[in-house]
Design a protein around this ligand. Sequence first.
Ligand SMILES: [Zn+2]
Length: 492
Amino acid sequence: MTTQTVKPTRLVNTIHALLERFRNELTGARQATRTQLIQFLARHLEISEDAAGKLFDDLRQAGVIVRGDEPLTDASLPDRNDQQWSIHAGEDNDSVIRLESQLRPTKDVVRETQALDLLRRAIANRATDVHLDPFGDETEVRFRIDGRLEHYCRLSESIGEQLISQLKVLANLDPSEPFHPHEGRLELPIALSEYHVRITTTPVVSGEAVALRILRREQILRPLDSLGLNPVLLAQVRELLCHGEGMLLVSGPSGAGKTTTLYSLVHHLDDGHKNIVTIEDPVEYLVPGMAQLQIDPKHDLSFAAGLRTALRMDADVMLLSEIRDAETAAAAMRASSSGKYVFSTFHTRDAASVVTGMRDLQVDDRSLASNLRAIVAQRLVRRICKHCGSTRPLHDDESARFTTNGITPPEHVPVAVGCNVCQQTGYRERIGVFEIAVVTSEIAAAIEGGKSEHELRELLRNSGTSSLMSDGLQKVCDGITTLEEIAALSCL
Ligand SMILES: [Zn+2]
């Protein structure tokens, strides 16, 4: 086979892509000329047309590319110039399987179709994560949809194992090595090229657990106005982004949508005239126009070292996926005091607690006060399903929640119902709830004066910074979500 320059997985994926294209997209036009097929192979495998030509001949030998619609046509007949070719998977894909077995040692022969089928189902269900957990002699499959883990199905042990080894092959991980944790990224056929899927495998008592994180390009690079910021906050954020230097932190627990907001903010600044460098662990998605550094402790590339590299790279804007230790905090402070714009996330519950968190990382009040421009605290709440959502009158004991937050209680509030569109949950998609604390001269003076977290929170409220809760309640008034969804914010 002419496969020296092509990874087997990639070749098999290309064949699957060809099959899909011929089956689904070109219904009624299931054939192509030799030139068209060679161009397709060259493009998708990134090989020369010469190499693709040889591959074409190999695929003919393997019975994957056949003349016309007739797989049994005598191969010894001379080809005509206008000959049409089609892709033949054979009975139950047997020609593709045969091809795969020629490409791989026999023990590794697997078909990715089941793994891709699972991914398609997860995507159709809008899942962001897929979990495969061995459980006795079965494998439990769960999808995370709108932030909640839902049971999807149970598979027999053998199917589960098969699926896991297919996923590992797609990620170029060794399927015969289940005793260590592994991380990787799946190589997907072009039909799924708008998705990036990261895989983490972990040995557990009853076998090997697998987690997939599914990222869609349009979810990562979302425009600022699609995050859920109300018009006032949106205008405030746009103005903040004109500063051009200092530090902006996005705060919240895991799964609060911090990364999405961070990318949106930085992407908004990307006018083609700024050098944007990101330092990430891990690099979640490759963004055109940004230089992305991957943290690699084995080679001494820490967040702090990455920041120094970014400064040497003459970065104007730096995105740091997280500040989690004193060394990183100190390096981020230095970078933001040198006239650069530094964006990062911080794992705390609201804006005021970020200040405590930074103090805990030995950042002194003075540099914090002078470098911090703003804190965006956020959570995600589920949006009520537009197809089935209803309303109910507001109960008397609920109206105080609105008035104490300075909002006029509505007469009716949304209530979740459930229909086929939202899988009976009553909700569909999620939206951000925000608190944006701009570090004004007054706030900066309070930070520098060593005011406590509680005092800072009071000061923010008194200076008109609305809390996460009041933004959430406003979204209830606007019919976007329910009181039940924002109940979790009340612990603030
Ligand atoms: Zn619904």
